[in-house]
Design a protein around this ligand. Structure first.
Ligand code: HEM
Length: 246
């Protein structure tokens, strides 16, 4: 995660040096062209910032939950062993990995990387559950609390990926009780990409390695305290020892 932040800061500084020292003073580039270059660079920077921290945090929480729940880890690895027959896991393999997806959904229900989504604005005054939301007020949606709401979830604090095997809830925000990527027109535009690369990384970690904690640590004791930084992260980073599978 720190590497991601350093890379983002580096790119950020690079972009601004490029814009202010080279692009703006350059008389050979016309104004419209300058603007389109600046816009493209800012878009790229936004995608990088919005996509890296969230994805790494989703993978870290999923691994932590699987380590704490060895039965689920075994089941996910057994599914991979029976479904993957080649040396590299490919995007085309993903639809067959039902249990792996259920594990990922369950950890994103409990630990959504964007717990309050992004700040929204009420474009009109409206009433929500009897409360008046005045026009232009800032609205924060608590996806974290929604994912743990006992009115929507049985045993909401337990890690039970199986609950997603029997439901057709997806990541697209059509089920308001499960919105790790937000919902509606401002939902995460990176969702189609993230729901491919995150399971792909997770599947590769589980299929090619056995994971253990440093000697003397019981997986049940993994500290699951979270902290809100740019995304919802583990307060204590997950330290694991990988062993290549034979
Ligand atoms: C597990 C991975 C990810 C999670 C959990 C996640 C979650 C979110 C959430 C909750 C929002 C705010 C939605 C709202 O307020 O309703 C958001 C916005 C955004 N995400 Fe993601 N995201 C992830 C990956 C990505 C990736 C890979 C990209 C790009 C390549 C990306 C690009 C963006 C952008 C640009 C926005 C701002 C959209 C706007 O301002 O309307 N995200 N994301």
């Amino acid at each position: 995660m720190y590497v991601c932040i350093c890379v983002c800061v580096y790119i950020y500084i690079y972009i601004y040096i490029y814009i202010y020292i080279y692009l703006y003073p350059c008389p050979r580039i016309d104004q419209a062209h300058k603007l389109s270059i600046v816009c493209s660079m800012v878009y790229l920077q936004e995608l990088l910032v919005a996509g890296s921290d969230t994805s790494t945090s989703a993978i870290e929480w999923a691994m932590a939950e699987l380590l704490r729940n060895p039965q689920c880890m075994k089941k996910a690895q057994a599914e991979l062993a029976s479904e993957i027959n080649q040396d590299l896991i490919q995007e085309s393999d993903l639809p067959r990995l039902k249990f792996l997806h259920a594990c990922l959904k369950e950890s994103m229900r409990l630990h959504p990387p964007g717990p309050l989504l992004l700040p929204h604005r009420a474009v009109n005054s409206c009433k929500v559950m009897g409360y008046t939301i005045p026009k232009n007020s800032q609205v924060l949606v608590n996806a974290y609390a929604i994912g743990r709401d006992p009115k929507s979830w049985k045993d909401p604090l337990d890690y039970k990926p199986e609950r997603f095997l029997t439901s057709n809830m997806d990541f697209r925000g059509s089920n308001i009780e499960f919105i790790p990527f937000g919902a509606g027109r401002r939902a995460c535009p990176g969702q189609p990409m993230a729901t491919k690369h995150v399971p792909l990384v997770l599947a590769s970690l589980l299929h090619f390695f056995e994971w253990s904690l440093p000697t003397g640590h019981d997986p049940k004791d993994i500290d699951m305290t979270d902290k809100f930084h740019t995304s919802l992260q583990k307060k204590q980073p997950l330290l694991l020892i990988p062993k290549i599978k034979n």
